[in-house]
Design a protein. Structure first.
Length: 289
């Protein structure tokens, strides 16, 4: 029996689909009654769907992926064809006159030393990237690449490293916006508004004082504004840095999220429980920013 090519198109797409939880895969592909484990599900899906269909399904359900979101403001006019010539461009969609979506599949290569064979082996991955243009704001959503090479080969791979990280991916995107200038979008106003009206409260906060940066981490189950109102009153007047929030009011967003409002970076490092919950939360921050 021949050994499958570990970097064949079908194997790369199996790895891409692993970006979703098993529960999400079953729901997305209408396999809820299947008793198959993840490996069986992936074989079923890739054997019954072509690449174009898989791409559409993946990006239609992007909100169910773990992701980092980088928020930028731009000045000037950014046309709906601005990313068409990006080498990883897949497609775009105009939602409304002020909202367009752009989808990229960025190839990533992991390279490591194969101890058994004495060779340098390469493993190809595809990282989905989805960009929303809303009026003068860009949100660049990059799927968190958490793929385990030990599930690809039984050989021991030592010192595996990837050729592109998020920063490098962003650098491939930003030049396509020229001559428009992109600026990191400060989200302090929107986050502070939601905190003020008790939509959210923090489990951990980092904030800037006049001459220092301060951290506060709550014990399990406790929240900063609720348990430490004096501290909250102090820090809400300052720029907020990396902070972990719990959603208090709305039940259809996410349970927790991490954010650095001053840098315009949002981190959804666990599988979002609700379809479009990440996008709805970002919209909620932006509309109040």
């Amino acid at each position: 029996m021949s050994t499958p090519n570990i970097n064949s198109n079908i194997e790369v797409y199996k790895r891409l689909l692993k970006a979703f939880s098993v529960e999400s895969l079953k729901t997305i592909f209408n396999l809820s009654d299947s008793k198959e484990r993840q490996a069986g599900l992936l074989i079923n899906i890739t054997n019954t769907h072509n690449v174009a269909t898989l791409n559409k399904i993946i990006f239609d359900n992007f909100s169910l992926l773990k992701q980092y979101v980088y928020v930028y403001e731009f000045k000037g006019v950014l046309t709906d064809t601005w990313l068409d010539k990006h080498p990883a461009f897949i497609n775009s969609q105009k939602i409304t006159n002020s909202h367009s979506i752009f989808n990229l599949l960025v190839p990533i290569v992991y390279e490591g030393y194969n101890k058994a064979k004495g060779t340098i082996d390469k493993f190809n991955f595809l990282v989905p990237v989805q960009i929303h243009k809303r009026k003068t704001v860009l949100t660049i959503h990059i799927n968190i690449l958490e793929r385990d090479i030990s599930t690809i080969t039984t050989d021991k791979i030592i010192g595996a490293t990837r050729d592109l990280n998020d920063e490098a991916i962003l650098k491939t995107i930003v030049p396509f916006a020229n001559p428009i200038n992109l600026f990191k979008y400060d989200l302090n106003k929107g986050i502070k508004y939601l905190w003020d009206i008790d939509e959210i409260d923090a489990l951990k906060v980092k904030f800037k004082k006049n001459d220092s940066t301060s951290h506060e981490v709550m014990d399990a189950g406790k929240l900063i504004k609720k348990q430490m109102p004096v501290l909250y009153a102090e820090l809400i007047k300052t720029p907020i840095r990396h902070t972990i929030f719990r959603i208090l009011q709305r039940q259809n967003l996410v349970n927790h999220f991490a954010i650095d409002p001053s840098l315009g970076i949002i981190n959804f490092s666990v599988y979002p429980p609700f379809f479009n919950g990440t996008n709805d939360l970002i919209d909620l921050i932006l509309v109040n920013n």
